[in-house]
Design a protein around this ligand. Sequence first.
Ligand SMILES: O=C(O)CCC(=O)C(=O)O
Length: 271
Amino acid sequence: MRVALIQMPVVPDKQRNIQTALAKIREAADNGADFAVLPEMFCCPYDNSCFRPYGEPEGGEAQAALSALAAERKLYLVGGTVPELAGDQVYNTCYVYGPDGRQLARHRKAHLFDIDVPGGQRFRESDTFSRGNAVTTFETAFGTMGLCVCFDLRFEELARCMCLRGAKVIFVPAAFNMTTGPAHWEILFRQRAVDNQCFTVGVAPARDEAASYVSYGNSIAVDPWGTVLCRAGAEETTLYADLDLDRLAAVRTQLPILSGRRTDLYEIGER
Ligand SMILES: O=C(O)CCC(=O)C(=O)O
């Protein structure tokens, strides 16, 4: 299963971003990708002042363009995220399309990114966004896949829920920053992969030092053993990861973690 990780630049012009994404997805299809993955907020600057004006309702122009291209090039498309306008609410939403262009999944970011690191990154997504309320998995010809958005990956229970539903790969459109990226990005992708003995794939925008929020970049794919299969730097690039899905069963047999859980001893939930 070949996955294209499209680490694209995001500029203030929404149309230009959509055209960039389409061109890079076409190139990925030409290079044999079964899945193409875009970054979080691929057509909108990551800034609270932009989310509503760049937003669109379900089926909006960015989504229509992605769905049509998935059908034209017959690949799975994990369409980064867009600000989704739904009544008065705005969500940070990822749509996934199948090779016939049909929408296979919609994940509204469930954990909002509200952080304040003194001397480092501050951001309050909850100033604009509402939270999604679902664990998201979807079915493909390659099996069940999992989906979450950026900060969601920090919550191990969410990844565990996806994998207990059978997710082989967790796709994560994301945009870490220059405070938490160097500290936690790779660890989190490796940690979730090792915990759940699954693949993890994270795709971020290319770094723009002039942006109000500076993306760490470093798009990454990790296998169920925790090995980094590929990792970008800050630059605009498309990486290709060839995922050998048989590795899941092999690693799970060699190291019986999921099957060895003592669910009789622990219970997840508030006391
Ligand atoms: O978890 C982090 O450190 C970064 C998260 C983030 O940038 C986001 O959720 O958009």
